[in-house]
Design a protein around this ligand. Sequence first.
Ligand code: SF4
Length: 299
Amino acid sequence: MRRACETQCTTTLDVVEVLLARENGFCFGVKKAVELTEAAAETGRPVHNLGQVVHNPKISQRLAARGVKIINDPADAAEGIVVIRAHGVPPKVREQIEQRGLECIDATCSLVLRAQRFTKQLADEGYTVILLGTPDHPEVVGLVAYAGDNYRIVETEEQWKKLPKMKRAGVVSQSTQPPWAFTALVAHVATIAQEMKVYNTVCPVTVKRQVAASELAQQVKTIIVVGGKNSANTRELVNLARMQGRDAYHIEDAKELQPSWVRGQERVGLIGGCSTPMDTLIEVKERIEALGSTEPVPA
Ligand code: SF4
């Protein structure tokens, strides 16, 4: 975008225009998890997050500044409060927290709780649970604990094409998987199972965010995606932009921006994952604008 120089120069400046996606900021599940942890920290008692409360390093730093510790096992907390993160946990972990006499604050997102209920229901009804997800993702670790002994985790077409024929298949998904992958998996399972039951547990909030990323990709050549490197929904936004032939860069904060990504561009798209705070996005926006503008030419 070319803009007239306001003072003391006779030429115009090249200024990069930053287009923000129409969906940004925390989703309701992340907002609740962060608020519950902050409220726990205000009690003055020792507060522990079981794993990163959400996959965003800035949020972890912010909570650490309030004295919140991250632990990986309830046994690591001697006293106080343990907050279960938005991704949920296997039931035995919740039991462990209670057995140790610790106060448990459950910040599992309501949509993840719903997916856990459906997974258990499928297992109880005798279906082989087919779970679309990343095996070591904490949400998936929690979900399979409800799937009984008869389940398969698949993440790619190559993997689900190897599923054997089966009598009864029940299909569910990790919340942040792309809807097109879930649809493709369901279509395939319909060809190998005599009976099939499907619960669509893809999170509608992440779907909206993915639609917003696609719309943004139609307007720019380059998209900056901001969010934790281990955030599944953020990585999905990067994949989506790349699938549309865009240059997509995944960063956690403004310091990682490279001038070569934005310089000379008329417009750059900007979107954050569901656990990226708005203030981080604003910092990135300002940094893109600073890196993308040319120096004023003195009169
Ligand atoms: S992305 Fe969806 S499922 Fe995950 S915490 Fe947010 S609202 Fe809940």
